[in-house]
Design a protein around this ligand. Structure first.
Ligand code: SF4
Length: 520
């Protein structure tokens, strides 16, 4: 059973009289367990919906659905599948006290993996989950592999029950499910020869493994430093060499690199990033792979829309990790606009100085850094540092922060979003759908939608998928679940998502975001 949270007025749900609190019980006699059932089973042109109204009255609707017309139903947030693992590098363990409650959730949920690209370990799948993944064609999934040797993987996950990942992925691959995978590199455990073995084993699964990212483990001041450490520069270089060897082979045999080092791996190794063409479609950009190049690509694509900022002084807030990489990005924007961009690198006072991502910057630290900056015409803040309610990790809202600062501020994912709006004179306009004065940057929404449609391969060969896609997009436009795939996810997956944030994860964030990675 799933429950309605809200209903859009001009929608099928509104016409039916569905109200918040209505229990959605079954479609065509099939019980509804969660949002996936709802979205998949209501994608047909016609279906029977059994529901129980808040009054307790049981009703059944015979729904004929014109193509493209949304159900308009926003569901209550799903119960998140918790992780059964206990990784030494788990970011949740590295959280200080006093953060938003969701940031303490160790999620490991294949549904969020499909929907938002969150990495899952697949260690908690039940047989019916596996059948469901195949039936709904939840592909590609994002999987934290770390190591393909079962003993090493169990050790990394601190889970003696973790299934052997290669047969597990192979089973799905035979049934048409594809994967983006990642290896979080822990020195002395899954690097060196083990990394080579893992890459070879994943490569051996064929095209079902679409990509592999290798990201260096990152720790906060609160992590279990007695059990795990970060990589040295030489270890990062060795890992990049292994990545390069595999990428060279993949390029020769399959025409694409397939295996990628995270931007942070290059940063820590002190080696230059590959050019944008290396990353193809930037498929793991949300995991900090090609994030910098993607940002530069976005800026280049927006050149026409960027305003003349000659004589303006613009602050750009970021975390420490992006400090060394940002100048090359800012140089592009400055050359195009004539503005003077100043990087404001903010130390994370909440998690400690070892957490360098912009996505986890607390509002209080930003306030301290900008408190006396009356000289700036305006400041771009990392939009991925706030959740859907526009609240920073330390519960300071973006509006509160703006009131306390002496200069105007904008939330931005990639420069092009806010600067493009400034060029059109719209940047000061509120969003209209909440009380904040802040806009949700447009390009972020566009990219969110693009990302969803790219991922919608569920039943992709049939006409049904076309309808499913349309309904998913329509429903999600009003859905708590998917308004912004990146920051919405932070509601649900503090374990993985915060980790991925720390790994420069959210690609749009990358303009400001850092690089470390501590994923599963
Ligand atoms: S890192 Fe991920 S898989 Fe490991 S314990 Fe934390 S939430 Fe679970």
């Amino acid at each position: 059973m799933i429950r309605v949270q809200s209903v859009a007025p001009d929608s099928i749900g509104g016409e039916l009289g569905l109200a918040p609190g209505t229990e959605l019980l079954a479609v065509n006699g099939r019980p509804l367990e969660d949002f996936l059932d709802w979205e998949f089973l209501t994608a047909d042109d016609r279906f029977l919906l059994a529901a129980r109204l808040p009054t307790g009255e049981a009703v059944e609707y015979d729904i004929e659905r014109p193509e493209g017309l949304p159900m308009g139903v926003t569901l209550e947030p799903p119960r998140i599948r918790r992780s059964g693992n206990h990784c030494d590098f788990c970011f949740v363990d590295g959280n200080p006290d006093g953060l938003r409650a969701p940031l303490y959730i160790r999620d490991d949920d294949y549904r969020l993996s499909f929907r938002y690209g969150n990495f899952a370990t697949l260690t908690n799948l039940k047989p019916w989950d596996m059948e469901r993944i195949v039936e709904y064609r939840l592909s590609p999934l994002y999987v934290s592999v770390h190591a393909t040797d079962p003993t090493i993987r169990r050790w990394l996950l601190r889970n003696p029950e973790a299934p052997d990942i290669i047969p597990q992925l192979g089973w799905f691959a035979e049934r048409g499910i594809a994967f983006h995978t990642q290896v979080v590199l822990v020195p002395g455990v899954n690097d060196g020869v083990e990394l080579e073995r893992t890459l070879a084993a994943l490569y051996g699964l064929g095209p079902a493994v679409v990509s592999v990212s290798v990201v260096p483990v990152a720790l906060t001041e609160f992590s279990k430093h007695s059990l795990v450490r970060e990589l040295t520069r030489d270890e990062c270089r060795a890992a990049l060499a292994a990545v390069d060897r595999m990428a060279t082979r993949a390029l020769a045999e399959r025409g694409a690199p397939w295996c990628f080092g995270a931007d942070d791996l290059y940063l820590q190794a002190g080696e230059p990033l590959p050019g944008p063409a290396w990353y193809g479609d930037f498929e793991q950009r949300e995991n900090g792979v090609g994030a910098v190049r993607f940002l530069q690509t976005r800026i280049a694509a927006a050149v026409e829309r960027l305003p003349d900022l000659a004589g303006k002084r613009i602050g750009v807030v970021t975390g420490r990790a992006m400090g060394p990489l940002m100048p090359q990005v800012l140089a592009d924007v400055a050359a195009t606009t004539g503005g003077r961009f100043e990087l404001v690198v903010v130390e994370n006072t909440l998690f400690g100085s070892s957490v360098t991502t912009a996505g986890l910057l607390p509002g209080a630290a930003i306030e301290r850094a900008l408190g006396d900056r009356r000289d700036l015409d305006f400041v771009l803040l990392p939009a991925e540092a706030v959740n859907d309610d526009l609240v920073f990790v330390d519960d300071v809202s973006a509006d509160e922060l703006a009131e306390r600062l002496p200069c105007p501020v904008h939330l931005s994912y990639d420069f092009a979003d806010v600067l493009g709006e400034l060029g059109s004179g719209n940047a000061e306009v509120g969003t209209g759908d909440h009380s904040s004065a802040f806009r949700v940057p447009r390009s972020a929404l566009e990219m969110s939608q693009m990302s969803r449609s790219q991922r919608c391969t569920m039943a992709s060969k049939s006409d049904r998928c076309r309808r499913y896609s349309a309904s998913m997009a329509a429903v999600s436009s009003s859905s708590h679940l998917s308004r912004k795939s990146f920051s919405t996810s932070s509601y649900f997956c503090s374990g993985e998502r915060a980790v991925r944030l720390s790994s420069m994860a959210v690609f749009m964030a990358l303009s400001f975001c850092s690089s470390t990675s501590m994923s599963r």
